[in-house]
Design a protein around this ligand. Structure first.
Ligand SMILES: [Zn+2]
Length: 303
């Protein structure tokens, strides 16, 4: 991927001025290239025959979060991976497998460092580094556990309904557009029958619930008036959060505003850390909404 130096790329730490693009700039440029091609990595990152589900580590089964969700979705798109599970080189070796000749997917790992350990002024900080993982399909040698087939979305509709109800955000049906009103803390969405599929309806409601998580009584992430960077930032945040929830629930599509792509590109070109922050906040929003659902008595009773 070619890196193009841009005016206003900014926010590079002073000591990296002469070292070429930073990790943030390299990854942001990769995502900008995809946006310019009209294929945001969070829109249908799972092709029709790919498995749905959040990308996760094969050994720990822990789902990835933040920017690593995007990086593994890009890898799945590029290589056509159907498996959603990834392993580090060490994990493959420990399992007696091999990844010889396979191209790694690079994800970001925050490594903890301590300055002046045990002394006055001890300081802990995190440095982000890239490290390699391999998709389960790239591992040869002993057979890995097959991935559980996902439940068809139809079987999960009651769960999604309960998830939506558990948020306590009023939803009014009507009109021909969907939006979340911060002042009323309420969602307006067209009638389910006006969507081409039930999946399309649920994807839009999940997107608006991601906006509802911005409310001061929840995660307090104010955006800004339309056409400001804060507004577009919150749109990317909502698209990413709802894409993560759609992947989790096995929805085959997520809600995406194709007309906003130019604004997203502008935002990312002006701030190489924006997509990292948006992806991190999106994971927080998806986790927050999931925790709300787990706490709700309706879902607990249904489980
Ligand atoms: Zn939106």
């Amino acid at each position: 991927m070619a890196y193009r130096k841009r005016k206003g790329a900014g926010s590079r730490p002073k000591n990296e001025t002469d070292k070429g693009p930073t990790l943030h700039e390299r990854i942001t440029q990769r995502i900008i290239d995809q946006l310019k091609a009209g294929t945001p990595p969070w829109v249908k990152p799972w092709s029709c025959d790919a498995r749905v589900g959040m990308p996760r580590n094969y050994v720990s089964n822990r789902p990835y979060s933040g920017i690593n969700v995007l990086l593994t979705w890009i890898a799945a798109l590029e290589h056509g991976f159907k498996d959603t599970r990834y392993l580090t080189a060490n994990q493959i070796i420990e399992l007696g497998g091999s990844f010889k000749g396979e191209k790694a997917t690079r994800i970001v790992f925050a490594k903890e460092h301590t300055r002046n350990p045990g002394e006055e002024g001890e300081e802990t900080f995190f440095v982000q580094r890239l490290y390699n993982v391999f998709n389960a399909e790239q591992v040869s040698g002993p057979a890995l556990e097959p991935e559980d087939p996902p439940l068809p979305f139809n079987a999960r509709v009651p769960e999604v309904e309960a998830f939506i109800a558990a948020q306590g955000v009023p939803i009014t049906h009507g009109g021909d557009r969907a939006f979340y009103s911060p002042s009323r803390d309420a969602i307006v969405v067209p009638h389910p029958g006006n969507f081409s599929s039930p999946e399309g309806y649920y994807a839009v409601v999940l997107h608006e619930l991601a906006h509802a998580s911005e409310h001061p009584s929840r995660l307090n992430c104010p955006g800004g008036p339309r056409d400001t960077p804060g507004y577009w930032f919150n749109e990317i945040r909502a698209e990413l959060a709802s894409a993560m929830l759609c992947a989790e629930f096995g929805l085959p599509e997520c809600a995406h505003h194709a007309g906003y792509l130019g604004h997203y590109i502008e935002l990312l070109e002006g701030d190489p850390k924006a997509i990292f922050t948006a992806a991190r906040q999106a994971s927080q929003a998806a986790t927050f909404l999931s925790e709300q659902a787990q706490r709700a008595p309706t879902l607990a009773a249904a489980a």
